[in-house]
Design a protein around this ligand. Structure first.
Ligand code: SAH
Length: 418
């Protein structure tokens, strides 16, 4: 482990430059930006005043030389500018960041006030007007995840804004994979470092709908927990009484615990990650005071989902409720067809181990796969194996993962009976 004995000196970060980059863009990009699209791609730039550095503010002028928008410049990424503001000329000041974070926090007020959910997404990037910046809360610990190196020179200000709005005492920095590769732009910052406050409690706990989970905010997948499935997990709880449940792509047992609290007789958590399943076991133990959780049998299956589902089927194992929540299969447009194929295979494999009359829950988090295509594919796969599905419900995004632009929509989930 690289650190944990103090703070990463954010003082080493570069000062943000006062020299702004001026840009002219294609008519199509101008239109899109005017309509609120938060990304300007490199190939839509027609004129640029000077080369500039990561995190410089870029001002986009329209064809009549009037101010159109201002954003953060990233020379390393195809998304060259993340748009912060469109319309009247505006200065991006520390106060501006604080204000945006405050607006995002206000939208989550109902969650924050609930008292039994202390883990949720506070800022959802472009969808909350802060493109490339995600902030997740786990009890008193906040995680800032950067999807563009352009945030680095603004990190102190964003952190000050977060602290002012939330009272955050401990803040961890996470970096997307592409940002981790740009060493030049990171000034010594590393994925998982603490950028504010005391070392984290280990383990770190938070609550979701009254269930206790541990989370590894420094090294866990994404920022440590898949907060976007909270509402779907709560739905599973209502469907689980007396059931034998199979949770495929279980991670640290989120769906499994809700099923247990809902009265499931037996739950099998399947995942390819051993540390994730070990955390699932600990999460069950943490919630033993709940009688239903204590009484549910919880078993683990470590392995590849496709392979293991096939084995379960061959061994004639059958379940009443099968949950399939895979990772994103399509990061690029070209991968969409392959992703749909994978969903179809998973749906068929899931149905192979689902008893007649059972419930299939299938989610997709690939933004490249539209909801319509996903639902159609799952239905088609079911029909192809003679197990047509009767829909219970289709669900989309939870409150703390708002959709602010077309590409912001990624999550869809089907609840259906066979
Ligand atoms: N349902 C989970 C989140 C799932 S994230 C929750 O509610 O928290 C996707 C999970 O799929 C990760 O835990 C990852 O380890 C696992 N995974 C990725 N590829 C896999 C594979 N081929 N087989 C099984 N699990 C896989």
């Amino acid at each position: 482990m690289s650190h944990n004995n103090g703070h990463t000196p954010l003082s080493r970060l570069p000062q943000r430059s006062d020299k702004r980059i001026a840009l002219r863009v294609t008519p199509a990009a101008e239109r899109a930006i005017r309509q609120g699209h938060p990304w300007l791609f490199a190939d839509a730039i027609q004129q640029q005043s000077h080369q500039g550095q990561a995190g410089d503010t870029a001002v986009i002028f329209d064809r009549k030389h009037r101010f159109l928008a201002v954003g953060l410049y990233d020379p390393y990424a195809p998304i060259r500018v993340r748009i912060l503001h469109v319309g009247d000329p505006t200065l991006i000041t520390p106060d501006w960041f604080r204000q945006k974070i405050a607006e995002a926090a206000a939208r989550r007020q109902s969650l924050a006030a609930s008292g039994h959910t202390t883990g949720y997404r506070l800022v959802h990037g472009e969808n909350d007007g802060l493109p490339g910046l995600v902030i997740d809360r786990y009890d008193q610990v906040y995680v800032m995840r950067l999807d563009t190196v352009a945030w680095v020179p603004h990190l102190n200000e964003a952190l000050a804004g977060l602290t002012a709005v939330s009272g955050a005492t401990q803040v961890v920095l996470r970096l997307s994979r592409s940002v981790q590769q740009i060493e030049d732009g990171l000034y010594g910052l590393k994925d998982g470092v603490l950028i504010s406050g005391e070392p984290l409690p280990d383990p770190l706990y938070f609550q979701e709908n009254g269930l206790i989970f541990e989370v590894d905010a420094r090294q866990g997948q994404k920022t440590g927990f898949f907060l976007d499935q909270r509402d779907n997990r709560a739905r599973v709880e209502t469907l689980a009484a007396g059931k034998q449940v199979l949770n495929v792509f279980a991670y640290t047992g989120g769906f499994s615990l809700y099923a247990a609290r809902g009265g499931a007789r037996q739950i099998v958590s399947l995942d390819i990650s051993q540390p994730a399943l070990a955390a699932a076991v600990r999460n069950f133990r943490l919630n033993r005071e709940n009688t239903a959780v204590a009484q549910a049998a919880h078993d683990l299956l470590l392995g590849d989902a496709f392979h293991t589902l096939r084995q379960l089927s061959e061994n004639r194992r059958r379940f009443d409720l099968v949950i399939i929540d895979p990772p994103s299969f399509a990061k690029k447009q070209e991968e969409t067809a392959r992703a749909l194929g994978a969903y179809a295979r998973l749906a068929r494999l899931g149905l192979d181990v689902l008893r007649p009359g059972g419930v299939l829950v299938m989610a997709s988090c690939s933004s490249r796969v539209t909801a319509a295509a996903f639902f159609a594919q799952v239905h088609e796969a079911a029909v192809s194996v003679g197990r047509p599905l009767h829909e219970i419900e289709r669900t989309f995004h939870p409150l703390d993962h708002p959709i602010g632009f077309k590409q912001g929509a990624y999550l869809k989930c089907l609840f259906a009976k066979t």
